[in-house]
Design a protein around this ligand. Structure first.
Ligand SMILES: NC(=O)c1ccc[n+]([C@@H]2O[C@H](COP(=O)([O-])OP(=O)(O)OC[C@H]3O[C@@H](n4cnc5c(N)ncnc54)[C@H](O)[C@@H]3O)[C@@H](O)[C@H]2O)c1
Length: 352
């Protein structure tokens, strides 16, 4: 499986590989499964997901593919993990519980994100997998102390989620240092696109804003809206993850993955309103959320140097496409709106 890409970077190709994707029925995981099957020529992709926040419908685009197998189970269960790792060359580990979940159930969040990761790493090491890509998050940094943020930026997470993800990535690095296990830590920044969560605990700002605006309601913004994020389209995020799975030079490294452009939440709201044809809807500002990160912006130098990665989908294009995608859902915007929980992170529901 060794080769060289046109720029001379040493690579292990995913073409013909047998891959395990934990969390593969989730938002990013399901796009990664499509990337592996439709664009990277994987021989077999097994998804391990307990469907806590993911759905089998997320895999509809590849459900007829004989190379796909789905194991519904828990990454914290040793037998399930061993069964899922059987015959696997490469692991992409995405299963986790999210940031809002960590506010009301920090212990379960830690158990899945930190202990579940350690179990998976330990069993993958025993199974001698040839590559383990641990998908972490920019939330491990907390608010930017400086920007753009490189891999050496301090890791002072603002939430238990960020802390539990930091523990998971530290374990992945430790497995490389102690045992020479071929792990890579990827730190995606905020990702958006089709199948992103608007509902309940998992709801993200972009899909929630789109659903509200399509329902004729003003976007809700916590704080002054001048907080920024580095939003990356999910097709770019999963292409980057696959590239890290293929880059031999990435083994043992921790790599930031993002677009390198900074967008304020106010700008995001204006764009959504424009592409939804509702520019008259002006954001309603609420109290800031405790623990809300003020600024996130990636420095992609390491990622680019290792893989040549560049994003392909511009933010406006991605938002226009996502508004159209939400319009095409079988559920009405009002039905989706009923599943949104707008909460200040202290747990207080806010008016819709
Ligand atoms: N969405 C983002 O903006 C973003 C940004 C940076 C990093 N990430 C990381 O990417 C990964 C995927 O995130 P996502 O946004 O697709 O979230 P998601 O909730 O859609 O995906 C996570 C999946 O894990 C599954 N899961 C949860 N607990 C499990 C368990 N105990 N056993 C098995 N499966 C379990 C869920 O059912 C879900 O399908 C996560 O590791 C997250 O930290 C996401």
């Amino acid at each position: 499986m060794l080769g060289a890409d046109p720029k001379g970077m040493t690579m292990t190709t995913l073409d013909g590989a047998r891959v395990l994707v934990t969390g593969g029925a989730g938002f990013i995981g399901s796009h990664l499964v499509e990337e592996l099957l439709l664009r990277r020529g994987a021989a077999h992709v097994r998804v391990l997901d307990n469907l806590r926040n993911g759905t089998l419908e997320n895999l509809d685009g590849v459900s007829d593919d004989a190379r796909l197998a789905v194991e519904v189970g828990d990454i914290c269960d040793e037998d399930t993990v061993d069964r899922s790792l059987d015959g696997v060359d490469v692991v992409f580990h995405l299963a986790c519980l999210g940031v809002r979940h960590s506010l009301h159930d920090p212990f379960e969040n830690h158990r899945v994100n930190a202990e579940g990761t350690l179990l998976l790493l330990e069993r993958a090491r025993a199974a001698r997998t040839s590559r383990f890509v641990h998908v972490s998050t920019s939330e491990v940094f907390g608010t930017a102390q400086y920007a753009p943020m490189d891999e050496r930026h301090p890791t002072w997470p603002e939430t238990v989620y960020g802390g539990s993800k930091l523990a998971g990535e530290a374990y992945a690095r430790a497995m490389f240092r102690t045992h020479g296990m071929p792990t890579v830590v990827a730190r995606p920044f905020n990702t958006y696109g089709p199948r992103s969560h608007f509902e309940g605990d998992s709801g993200e700002v972009i899909p929630r804003t789109i659903v509200r605006v399509l329902s004729g309601l003003a976007p809700l913004v916590f704080g002054d809206g001048e907080q920024t994020r580095d939003f990356t389209h999910v097709t770019d995020t999963v292409a980057g993850l696959a590239m890290l799975g293929e880059s031999d030079a990435a083994v043992g490294q921790t790599v930031n993955l993002g677009s390198g452009s900074e967008i304020t939440i106010n700008e995001l709201c204006r764009l959504v309103a424009r592409y939804a044809g509702a520019s008259e809807l002006v954001a309603q500002h609420l109290e800031p959320r405790p623990g809300d990160v003020r600024r996130l912006l990636v420095d992609s130098t390491v990622m680019h140097g290792l893989t040549g990665f560049r994003t392909r989908v511009g933010f406006e294009e991605g938002i226009a496409e996502l508004v159209a995608w939400f319009r095409s859902r079988p559920q009405s915007p009002e039905e989706m709106l009923a599943r949104i929980e707008d909460r200040n992170w202290s747990g207080v529901p806010v008016g819709v």
